[in-house]
Design a binder for this molecule. Sequence first.
Ligand code: NBP
Length: 477
Amino acid sequence: TSAQIGVSGLAVMGRNLARNFARNGYTVALHNRTVYRTHDLVKEFGHEGDFVPTETVEEFVAALERPRRLMIMVKAGAPTDAVIQEFAPLLEPGDMIIDGGNAHFADTRRREKELRERGIHFVGTGVSGGEEGALHGPSIMPGGSTESYASLGPMLEKISAKAKDGAPCVTHVGPDGAGHFVKMVHNGIEYADMQLIGEAYQLLRDVAGRSPAQIAEIFRAWNTGRLDSYLIEITAEVLSHVDAATGKPFVDVVLDQAEQKGTGRWTVQIALALGVPVPGIAEAVFARSLSGHTALRKASRGLAGPKAAPLGEAEAAAFADRVEQALYASKIVSYTQGFHEIAAGSEEYDWNIDLGKVASIWRGGCIIRAAFLDRIRAAYDARADLPSLLSDKTFAQEIADAQDDWREVLVAATRQGVPTPGFAAALAYYDALRAERLPAALTQGQRDFFGAHTYRRTDREGSFHTLWGEDRSEVEA
Ligand code: NBP
């Protein structure tokens, strides 16, 4: 037997990807450090397709047709390195290792370089869609060489999700770490989307006085419009769920401490390193972190808040529409920031990433899949060098239409003391970008005053310094 692809690491993700390949007609070699997982898979799902179970790495490698396509789906970090070290000595030039775990793109760059020197292709691949996506079609973001994509791409296109127009949700993102970088930013945007949805929920609850069940209905209605997306859809499901044990809304019995696995934090860390402002994503990461500071929250619970009363019934209905506007406008801003980070990474590492393609492969399969992404694709298709999503005419017009409501929502949030860091940061970003003048001029003056850091002028070329401690005359630096 010779398998067209092998999957090593058969926890939830690997097992479902292996089944997905098999269901699409590929012969799949199986391997897992702990052997029982391999046999369990064959026992339970062997009827779904052609599997070649193996127990040792040698058997696994021998089961693959050449050039070998060997996919690893193990825990990111040290386990991934350990597995690569086990397989690499058994491989031959032209073979390919595909890492579908959530690796940091810098690790992927290192691994790709090391393996390239040994003639082995290393394809760091983002996979989004969770367990269900892995089985029924994820969004797939492969990096690595063009040559490896030529051999692997058609298989990935088969197992990937398909957008509404039928296009497979996979593309060759770019060399080495490009795929994992894009997956990282995808997750950062996912954090921001979730935070914005959370703020919308809290406002509808605290300002408009709506119950979780009523808010679920509002989200269901929004999901038929421009906010149509997986995250809005599941939000309605979660909000309408009732806890069996207590009969209370599920959302009221869950501990309000959000956890994270790290990809959101990476997105912000890398943005800081690249000098890209992503305040929406950063606020989302900070909001999760703040929620977990129990001692700090407990110690702050008695602090003063505003006395404003919630809205009356007539105003409350109109307020829900305003929140939709605020959510949509803030969402445009989050995606603007995320795509800026991808563009900056692409520039820094010479990846030549097609931003329209990225939007296109996120239309299906992944957690942030949304009708909205088709519009982003169209914006980049119309103009590949779009400096920012906000400079797209359609998005700019939509924000123009939404901005009064967006501001009103923030006024209401401030008046009632409902924290809305995502909405507020998005609006501040928008206002800062469109500002004629920023207080950065004053910052430059301060820097020059205390550190002689110099400044540039609006009316002349060159760098200048004012002799602050002397006669305050200006000298050319
Ligand atoms: P886990 O991340 O829980 O990893 C479990 C797998 O790693 C098992 O097969 C385990 O083998 C193997 N493994 C470990 Br741990 N250490 C190993 C070592 N030193 N040598 C060999 N194998 C080792 O599985 P998962 O949740 O299926 O995720 C797999 C990857 O996909 C991760 O990188 C994850 O970040 C990524 N991802 C997950 C999702 C999701 O929704 N869960 C979505 C997208 C991407 P064992 O059975 O012998 O312990």
